[in-house]
Design a protein around this ligand. Structure first.
Ligand code: NIG
Ligand code: FE
Length: 432
């Protein structure tokens, strides 16, 4: 497990990765292509038989193996650290833009209840689900949560995740929400994975506010949001806008207030029902609307016409055995589609982005290229960092994956139980 404090400033070598079977999603004249919408999702330039050069934490150049000597002539051999990709593919590390990986305990007991026929909503209404997690937060120390979260981060790193968004949302009191966000902040010091943090106080209503929901919304508005902003604990604010959870009106109020404090909105939309959350996402300029299992034709068109990214979470549809979002309709309409894991103890207990890519292909009929773009450049866009991450371009962060040898990109999705990730480099350092 990575327990060291990262970000040391020692001068670094120049790393040359040679014998890359195919370098994926390269941007030659890097023109700040910040997202790939609609049919652009099929655009993925590849350089076969390639090399890549990394200096410090950045990609400096790449090309065909036949040109490597020419490129390397500007460096001294003693400066170089050579890595043979051995016929593996090289691509950007995954940007998982939606997770809840900081949680107190796993919930396999509820999984059993669901298998026996109870619905997620019934379990939640009986005090299970998110409330169950929030309750047990009081019985566990920060150290235990940090240790368990680092283990999860290390697991997702090994399957290629280089950037991850993490939400609070299992606190549901001001103190516990702040506590979770401080833990997320602390995690940043102990992992090479880039972490973006999101305040999700509006994840569920605590039992004591069951009959006075607006009271809890007022706590979010007037206590939680100011405290989160004061300590600069989150970049984003999220709302679980859903039947039985937060209403459209409550989401609107929370976004309006959070924006005053500089937080950027994102939303859980239409997971279980047509909640009106898509309209609010667009109206409030959410950077991303996530889930989208339920969508009308009209909602698909309006999402496509907006700047809001449509983030699909196929792990959740798989684990909940519900139908999958209509990815193809979104892509055909011109929307920007991203893929994320939704790693959480209730509805998606996996952060394996390779599996999300396989599900996107098998269950949503995306092509392997589309799924990969959605899990890299568009995931980065959903976190506002696609100018630095999510593709192979000069000056972009050296957050890259080397796969095992493969004959074509589709092998990523085809070989869906194999960890095809051989090595991972983040910010120019080998971490796997
Ligand atoms: O994205 N939908 C709300 N939040 C999670 C579920 C969290 C939980 O059940 O613990 C989700 O599916
Ligand atoms: Fe979620």
């Amino acid at each position: 497990m990575h327990t060291a404090v990262w970000h040391n400033k020692n001068s670094m070598k120049i790393t040359v990765i040679e014998n890359i079977a195919s370098l994926i999603n390269v941007e030659r004249n890097f023109s700040r292509r910040l997202r790939q919408s609609g049919s652009e999702l099929d655009k993925c330039s590849q350089v076969d038989d390639a090399y890549l050069i990394v200096k410090d934490d950045k990609i400096v150049s790449f090309g065909k193996m036949r040109d490597i000597d020419n490129d390397l002539s500007r460096y001294k051999e003693s400066e170089l650290e050579r890595e043979d990709a051995g016929g593996g593919f090289v691509m950007s590390a995954f940007c998982d833009s939606h997770t809840h990986i900081v949680f107190p305990h796993t919930r396999e007991k509820e999984f059993g209840e669901r298998l026996a026929g109870m619905s997620y909503e019934q379990i939640a209404a009986n005090g299970g689900g998110i409330l169950n997690s929030a309750k047990s937060l009081n019985d566990i120390s920060d150290e235990q949560i940090i240790k368990a979260s680092l283990k999860r981060l290390n697991d997702v790193l090994r399957t290629g995740t280089g950037t991850i968004e993490i939400k609070s949302g299992y606190g549901l009191t001001s103190d516990n929400e702040i506590r979770l966000l401080r833990i997320i902040k602390e995690l940043k010091r102990h992992t090479p994975v880039t972490i973006k943090s999101t305040f999700l106080g509006a994840h569920a209503f605590p039992a004591e506010y069951k009959n006075n929901r607006d009271y809890y919304v007022n706590i979010i508005l007037h206590d939680m949001i100011p405290r989160v902003a004061e300590e600069k604990l989150a970049e984003y604010v999220d709302v679980f806008c859903e039947r039985g959870f937060f209403s459209v009106g409550q989401a609107e109020k929370i976004f309006d207030e959070a924006v005053k404090y500089g937080l950027i909105p994102r939303i859980h939309a239409n997971q279980l029902s047509h909640s009106g959350a898509i309209d609010i996402a667009i109206k409030k300029h959410c950077i991303s609307a996530d889930h989208l299992e339920e969508m009308t034709e009209k909602e698909i068109l309006s999402l496509a016409a907006s700047d809001t990214i449509a983030t699909l979470l196929p792990g959740c549809a798989f684990f909940m055995d519900t139908h999958f979002p209509n990815a193809k309709a979104l892509i055909n309409a011109g929307a920007t589609v991203a893929l994320a894991s939704d790693y959480n103890p209730g509805t998606s207990p996996s952060g394996n982005m390779l599996f999300m890519i396989a599900l996107a292909c098998i269950k949503m009929k995306m092509t392997p290229v589309q799924a990969l773009m959605a899990a890299t450049i568009n995931g980065a866009a959903a976190l506002g960092i696609s100018d630095r991450k999510g593709s192979i371009a000069e000056n972009k962060c050296a957050d890259i994956i080397i796969t095992n040898p493969m004959s074509e990109l589709g092998y990523l999705a085809y070989s869906y139980t194999e960890n095809v990730i051989n090595r991972v480099m983040l910010a120019g350092k080998w971490v796997v």
